[in-house]
Design a protein around this ligand. Structure first.
Ligand SMILES: *Cc1c(COP(=O)(O)O)cnc(C)c1O
Length: 392
């Protein structure tokens, strides 16, 4: 009995990833985008918790040009899994990572002169002409070279024979809110840089600025490529951005009823005795807790059981939570409960949980812990990994 075999029994609590819905979302987005605009699928942080390799395989088949990631390890993992498409590492690389990037054909952002020289030398050593992207800081003030100081760096890269300036990019601090003033200012700054490059005859294939919010709401900023993350997973970046009909959430979180208790009036539930039954109650225990990423709530939120809302009672524990099933008499041991997602006609959305957690949907998606095993459904047999890429 090998613990990594596919027959290993799943815990009665898991995340379910519907790859069929992911595929459909990709098709809807691809169909909505002008054909000339490329799609970069952002699969950082294990594809927002959905499993980067599974997501990348589907997205590659559905016409994604390449993938955006944030750590070297994630990118090498995709290469070793047989993903041959371009992999762009967002953010900044340490010197010690660069030879790995060149060896595995990972595309990096270089944002300062020293890194340019270092990468050029490595590329020459490997006998490769290495594509690079430059991130222009247009006001987000995170990574990248300032828009009003970018030109010398771009010229330096263009002059390096072992490097190819493939992309110039920027990133919006606020693209999904109604007020687009700052996004438009950022885009104007980015356009200045692009104009200057054109004037100097420095060619760039891929100019890109939009995340999901920008893709939906700033069509004038699509340029050559958009970098779409959360929208792929069927979650809108905000409630006020353009809605793309038909998109559906890809991830659900489920658990099975692992105990049923009866409470008499006056009896209490859970740590801290935060709930007292006023009348006779029937409650179900679900083997999932804040240690799995569920918000640490008390007497708030609910689970869906037999398509009905069972309110959470008492304080949630690390490994368990309790729900009131008095009004769901048909509920039995090991029946399935939905903590996030749809059951019957009702749905607990990622946003509902974000509100419970007083946070954002991105945080909810990426914070389900890995001890909740991922179960992928509606995928198909992935094409056999291409061994020649795994070897490079
Ligand atoms: C995460 C990220 C994205 C994707 O953002 P979404 O809002 O999830 O679409 C795009 N670009 C960069 C640089 C990112 O870090």
């Amino acid at each position: 009995m090998k613990s990594d075999s596919e027959h290993f029994p799943l815990r009665p609590a898991w995340t379910e990833i519907d790859l069929g819905k992911l595929r459909r979302n990709l098709q809807l987005i691809r169909g909505d985008l002008p054909p000339a605009v490329r799609l970069m699928a952002i699969v950082k942080d294990e594809a927002y918790g959905h499993g980067a390799l599974d997501v990348a395989r589907v997205a590659q088949e559905e016409g994604a040009w390449g993938f955006g990631l944030s750590t070297l390890e994630e990118a090498v993992h995709l290469r070793e899994g047989g993903i041959t498409a371009p992999l762009l590492l967002l953010g900044e690389r340490q010197a010690s990572e660069l030879d790995w990037c060149v060896a595995h054909d990972l595309t990096v952002c270089v944002n300062e002169p020293h890194a340019v020289r270092q990468l050029a030398k490595l590329a020459a050593d490997f006998g490769k002409r290495v594509p690079v992207h430059v991130k222009i800081n247009t006001g987000m003030s995170r990574y990248g070279v300032r828009w009003d100081e970018a030109l010398p760096l771009l010229e330096q890269i263009a002059a390096e024979k072992a490097l190819r300036l493939e992309g110039v990019m920027s990133h919006f601090s606020q693209s999904d809110e109604t007020d687009k003033t700052f996004a438009n200012l950022q885009f104007a700054r980015f356009s200045e840089v692009l104009g200057a490059l054109e004037q100097r005859g420095i060619p760039v294939n891929l100019r890109h600025a939009c995340n999901s919010g920008g893709y939906l709401d700033l069509p004038h900023a699509h340029l050559d490529m958009v970098r779409v993350g959360i929208l792929l997973y069927g979650v809108f970046p905000s409630t006020v951005c353009r809605q793309l009909p038909g998109l559906e959430p890809v991830m659900s979180v489920k658990a099975k009823i692992a105990a049923i208790q009866k409470l008499k009036p006056g009896e209490v539930v859970g740590y801290g005795m935060r709930y007292t039954a006023r009348t006779e109650r029937r409650i179900a225990i679900l083997p999932i807790g804040y240690g799995d990423g569920f918000p640490r709530v008390r007497n708030e939120g609910c689970a869906l059981i037999h398509g009905q809302r069972a309110p959470l009672i008492g304080g949630i524990a690390m490994d368990a939570l309790m729900v009131d099933i008095t009004d769901i008499p048909e509920a039995r041991m090991w029946d399935e409960a939905v903590l996030m997602g749809r059951q019957g006609r009702d749905e607990i959305t990622v946003r509902d949980l974000a509100n419970l957690k007083k946070s954002v949907t991105y945080d909810v998606l990426t914070n389900w812990r890995l001890r909740l095993r991922r179960k992928s459904v509606n995928g198909h047999q992935p094409p056999a990994p291409k061994l020649e890429t795994a070897a490079r």
